[in-house]
Write a protein that binds this ligand. Structure first.
Ligand SMILES: [Cu+2]
Length: 382
């Protein structure tokens, strides 16, 4: 009797736990709702079978409990019962496996418009590579890996020059864009997993694996990347972040990342804040950069590097501080204060071409347009 009660409690508590457990799925953020459906279907089939068998055991333990006068029948075979059990088990197993096969077929066939990205794993961090403007990855080999060639790029393959290499903790992806993810490992077995994306894949030393997914949800907080394969002492620290952005924000971010050619040349691209980046894009499309450089060279107009907050000598012999008011005046009415040594070659821009919001972005650009040498002391400060 006691055994039957304990069994019954186990069944009831297990079923209740499944529904009221604090460990539920995270809110999905990819196209792989079908992976959830397959898991949920398997869960229901197993759950129902578990509950039925449990209750059946409770019933038999109670019904056939020990009684002095009771005698057991000898019945080693029961073809009718065996047929039933075989048929029901087969239906259950097929119901669990068939949907998985359909989803797996989808899983291994990336859509044609998928963009490629590579995930490079090593103990204990993630790195990423985008194929760059030509859409083609350069070839790689583990033998090429050195501290200044962390991806093992093949230096004689021109396809690799524009490959974008991300060694930061956070990678950005565009929402609603399918990605085919290639995986490589530099050392041991790892597994790239973002729980909200559901899909995951092993990265295996010596071979290249892949999977695909489409991020579908923009969220303020980036999604956490985990390694889902015990890969050594610091496995638990092998984390990273995926920020899902709008297409435009993603492009802006990608354009600011280092290419392989830049890495070889030791060029670290300048990373602007979002407002300054808008100013940068505006200056480019409006033609300001035809006369103003960002690298310190004087062109038709003065450079914008390291000018914010400095004193400007004007042609009329006076000086002025480069601040908000001066920049606004220089754009709206450039010939009122002509910089010494330059011709009054700039035409005034009114609201219709350069709005106040554009000027705000341009001012932020000037503020952030500081050369590395000038920036160093502030960086060193705590
Ligand atoms: Cu790992």
């Amino acid at each position: 009797m006691a055994v039957a009660i304990v069994l019954l409690i186990i069944v009831i508590v297990s079923v209740l736990l499944s529904f009221f457990s604090p460990w539920q799925f995270t809110e999905i953020a990819s196209n792989w709702g079908n992976i959830d459906n397959t898991v949920i279907l398997t869960f229901w089939i197993c759950g129902v079978v578990f509950a039925l068998i449990g209750v059946f055991m409770v019933y038999t333990t109670w019904k056939f409990r020990y009684r002095k006068e009771a005698r057991a029948d000898y019945e080693p075979e029961n073809p009718r019962l065996e047929w039933w059990l075989t048929v029901i088990t087969t239906i259950g197993v097929v119901a669990m496996l068939a949907p998985g096969l359909i989803v797996w077929n989808d899983f291994v066939n990336a859509p044609d418009d998928a963009q490629e990205v590579e995930v490079l794993s090593r103990q204990w961090q993630w790195a990423y590579r985008f194929p760059g403007e030509d859409g083609k990855f350069g070839t790689v080999h583990v033998d090429n890996i050195t501290s200044d060639n962390p991806f093992g790029m093949n230096k004689s393959d021109p396809n690799g020059d524009d490959d974008v290499l991300i060694t930061a903790d956070t990678v950005h992806l565009a929402v609603d864009q399918p990605y085919k993810v290639w995986l490589r490992s530099n050392d041991v077995l790892h597994d790239f997993w973002v729980p909200e994306f559901r899909a995951k894949m092993d990265s295996v030393p010596g071979m290249v694996t892949y999977f695909w997914f489409t991020p579908t949800r923009i969220q303020e907080k980036p999604y956490e990347v985990l390694c889902a394969e015990l890969c050594g002492q610091n496995h638990f620290q092998m984390r990273g972040w995926v920020k899902v952005d709008t297409r435009e924000d993603h492009q802006t971010w990608l354009a600011g990342q280092q290419t392989w050619a830049q890495m070889q040349a030791g060029i670290v691209p300048k990373v602007y804040g979002p407002l300054a980046q808008r100013g940068r894009d505006f200056a480019e499309t409006t033609g300001c950069l035809a006369c103003h450089s960002l690298d310190g060279t004087a062109m038709i107009g003065p450079t914008w590097l390291d000018v914010w907050g400095t004193e400007r000598a004007l042609a009329d012999g006076t000086t002025v501080t480069v601040d908000e008011a001066y920049v606004i005046e220089s754009i709206r009415n450039p010939n009122s204060q002509v910089v010494e040594g330059f011709a009054a070659a700039m035409v005034p821009y009114d609201e219709s071409t350069v709005s106040d919001a554009d000027i705000e972005a341009l001012i932020e650009l000037l503020k952030e347009e500081v050369s590395a040498a000038a920036e160093a002391p502030t960086e060193a400060a705590p």
